[in-house]
Structures are given as C-alpha cells and as structure tokens.
Design a protein around this ligand. Structure first.
Ligand SMILES: Cc1cc2nc3c(=O)[nH]c(=O)nc-3n(C[C@H](O)[C@H](O)[C@H](O)COP(=O)(O)OP(=O)(O)OC[C@H]3O[C@@H](n4cnc5c(N)ncnc54)[C@H](O)[C@@H]3O)c2cc1C
Length: 402
C-alpha cells in the first residue's frame, strides 16, 4: 500500500463507522474523529432493510445484530378508522436476499458492534472527544482541524469524509446548499411496553388517517417483552414542553388505542423532520455521506439505511482510487449513484409515504388504501412493491448509473 496520510472521517455514527470499516478492511489507514466523548446513545433509527443487512453481513455486523434484533417479516399499512389493512410478507424476497425481513434493533446497539469490529483493524484509529472544526485543502492532501478539550490540533489527511450528521460542520464549511424543506410539524416518538401485537398489529405498522396518522415499530429493548415505539405528528402551534407533557402524551396514546388504563411510557422525544439533500457531495478531497448529505422523514425507515449504503459504495470506490485502479472520477460516480438514489428513491418514497398516511380527503385516502390492499393480494404486484419499499429496486437502478 502506498505510504500516504490516512482518510479522516468526521463522526462515529453508523455512517462514519461503516466508512471506516469499509476502508480499513482494504488496508487503507483511517482516523475517525468523534466530537462526543463516547458513542451517542439517543433513541433514533432501528429498522434495517434486507439489502442493508446483506451489506453489513460481509463485516460480521449483521450476524451480531441478530443476537438481540427482532425479525420483522410481515408489516402492514392500515386505516385508523376503517377496517382496511394491507399486509406485506417480506418472505417473498427470499430469492434475492439472505435476509428476507426487516431487522429491528436500536441504532445505539448497532454502533458498538461496528466499533468493536473496527477496533480489530490495525489500520483504524478512533478518537472520541475530537470535534472537526475546519480543513484546508492543499494540493494532494488536507489539513483537518480538530478541537479536543478546547485544545486545537490538526490531522494530515488524504481525504476527508464528512459523516458528521444532519448539522454537519464539514458540509457547512463547503460552498454548497442543503436543498429541500422542513416539515411544519414535529414528530413525537413514545416508547411503551404495552403489547399492540395482542391487538393484531404487525411488528411494523403505518396507520393512515386524515386527522392523525400513527407509525408503530416494535423494538427489542433489553429483551422480551421489548417495547413499542409509537410515532405521531404534532400540532405545529404547540410549544415543545406542552407536546411532551405526560397528559398530552397519554391523550395521544389513548385516542389511538384506548386500553382502559394508563400507558406506561418509558421514553418520549420530539424532533423536527427535514427533506434535504446537499447540492454537491464532493468538493475536491472532501466527501459527504449519511445524514450530513441527506435527511428525510422516518416513514419507510430509509435514513440510516441509506447512510450505510453511501458508506459501502464510497469505501469501495475510494479503495479503488487509493490502489490506483481508477481515477478520482470514480468518486464522482459515487456521488451520481448515491445522490440519485437519495433524490429519486429515498426523498420521493418518504414524502409519498407521509402524504399517503396524512391524506386529508377521506375518499382519496380510501381509494389509495383499496389500491394497496389489492397490491398486497396480488403476488406480482406485492413483490414489485416490496422490492421498492425495501430499497432493492432503488439500489439496482442507482448502481447501474455510470
Ligand atoms: C428521533 C429520530 C428517529 C429516527 N428514526 C429513524 C428510523 O426509524 N429509520 C431510519 O432509517 N432512520 C431514522 N432516523 C435517522 C437516523 O437516525 C439517521 O439517518 C442516522 O443516525 C444517520 O447516521 P449518521 O452516521 O449519518 O449520522 P449521526 O448518527 O447523526 O452521526 C453523526 C456523528 O457525528 C458526530 N459529530 C457531529 N459533528 C461532529 C464534528 N464536527 N466532528 C466530529 N464528530 C461530529 C455526532 O456526535 C455523531 O456521533 C431517525 C432520526 C431521529 C433523530
């Protein structure tokens, strides 16, 4: 391997760690700088589509995720008031994936697995408490500026990957736009051990309603019985503390499903939801991946999954450039492929999913639900629908882009 400075990666989230693992496993030196003192533990994503599991299996990650993860083979789209339910069985995709189901596992249990596997690579170094604050590109290298305990420092780098999340410092320092929009309403996510499965709900359900849609994800938590994560849209006019008020949360849950007694709420959070894609993902020796490059609403579970897809694609192409098997135009191909997947698939599907669930006209909503029920009942149509909603068709299309 040529002797040159490492690839520096800003951010030890799922995307940054996956980039690091993809590169280090090819013998390419990497340095990961994470601003926080340890891996972040907040409750976020947790639903992994079949191709994401296929990609991570190469590194032994998927196998370890199965120790705690929940296999979700069946998922549903239902009406909140009305009896229609479209049931989809991912088992239909067993001929195209080794993992014909969604795997549910909290994001904060994925990153420790990634980090543990990364630490076994001699070519990888991870520095916690190191915030990337700037960079200078000069000729064939970069100086990456960091700050640790208020003390400034620098790393010399061959390339810098900004995988530093939605508020990415790296992206903000580039002369590019974060194009798109922010939804007016926040999303409320509540975790409760109440067993919605006993009411006929699949482990992942999207519930359409002209007034208030709901999404349900069963998560493994610390083991059986697990918890149900329930997502609601919030009234944009209400202040944050009122949205999180226990009585407001309880009213939302009871109005969705009155269970005759008070819900036990283990966790609740509100967050703002964006649909944005960076106008450029590569400026010289600086590349973007994951949330730093794109953000979408969680309806369809595409955010974290597409960050992993970016990382795997980028590591493969940067590896080839590093070994001299191709020129830097390979990196522009990374951008063309992954940006197209984001704009044409992830943005389009996540916006479409939200619009479907929140359709205000009951007649239009009923017609769409009837169409979905018909799709789920027809083998060919259901398969095409599952290939798309599991991100398989989108990956195939984008990987064909030259
Ligand atoms: C409440 C919530 C629910 C979600 N639910 C889903 C879901 O159901 N399905 C789904 O697919 N996605 C979901 N997402 C999105 C998903 O969590 C993100 O897509 C995913 O975290 C992206 O990973 P990432 O590594 O790109 O960014 P992040 O996970 O944000 O990681 C970025 C890392 O960079 C670090 N960092 C930031 N700035 C710097 C800096 N200057 N220098 C060094 N390090 C820095 C951060 O501390 C962080 O560790 C959800 C997000 C939220 C907020």
């Amino acid at each position: 391997m040529p002797d040159r400075p490492p690839v520096v990666i800003a951010g030890a989230g799922p995307t940054g760690l996956m980039c690091a693992l993809g590169l280090a496993s090819q013998g390419i030196p990497v340095v990961v700088c994470e601003a926080e003192p340890s891996l972040t533990h907040d409750l976020r994503a947790g639903s992994y589509h079949p191709p994401t599991q296929d990609m991570m299996a190469k590194y032994g990650i998927t196998q370890r995720m199965h120790l705690h993860g929940l296999k979700v083979r069946r998922w549903q789209i239902r009406e909140r008031r009305g009896g229609l339910a479209a049931d989809f069985d991912l088992g239909m995709l067993a001929d195209v994936t080794a993992y014909p189901y969604r795997l549910h596992l909290e994001q904060h249990r994925l990153t420790p697995i990634q980090l543990d596997i990364l630490r076994r690579q001699t070519d990888a170094k991870v520095y916690f408490g190191h915030r990337v604050t700037g960079f200078e590109q000069k000729g064939g290298t970069l100086k990456v500026k960091v700050e640790s305990d208020g003390i400034p420092g620098t790393f010399e780098a061959s390339w810098l990957i900004g995988a530093d999340g939605g508020r990415s410092t790296v992206r903000k320092l580039l002369p590019i736009e974060f194009e798109g929009f922010t939804w007016p309403e926040q999303f409320l996510v509540v975790s409760t051990p109440y067993d919605f499965g006993s009411q006929g709900y699949a482990l992942n359900v999207y519930v359409a309603d002209p007034i208030e849609w709901v999404a349900l994800f069963k998560m493994p938590n610390n083991g059986p019985p697990g918890v149900w994560r329930v997502v609601f849209p919030c009234d944009p006019g209400m202040p944050d503390d009122a949205l999180l008020d226990p009585e407001h949360v309880e009213a939302k849950l009871q109005s969705f499903h009155g269970q005759g007694k008070r819900y036990e709420v283990q966790h609740k959070v509100i967050y703002r939801v964006h649909q944005r894609v960076a106008s450029e993902w590569r400026v010289g020796r600086v590349l973007l991946a994951g949330d730093a490059a794109h953000l979408n609403n969680p309806l369809g579970a595409f955010g974290l999954n597409s960050g992993i897809h970016d990382a795997v694609n980028l590591a493969d192409k940067l590896g080839r450039v590093w070994r001299g098997e191709g020129g830097e135009e390979l990196l522009d191909r990374y951008v063309r492929q992954r940006r197209a997947a984001c704009v044409e698939q992830v943005q389009a599907m996540s916006i479409r999913n939200k619009r479907l669930l929140e359709e205000r006209d009951p007649l239009v909503q009923r017609a769409r639900m009837e169409e979905l029920v018909a799709t789920s009942a027809d083998v060919e149509q259901a398969r095409a629908f599952l290939l798309e909603s599991s991100m398989i068709s989108g990956l195939r299309k984008s990987e064909a882009i030259e």
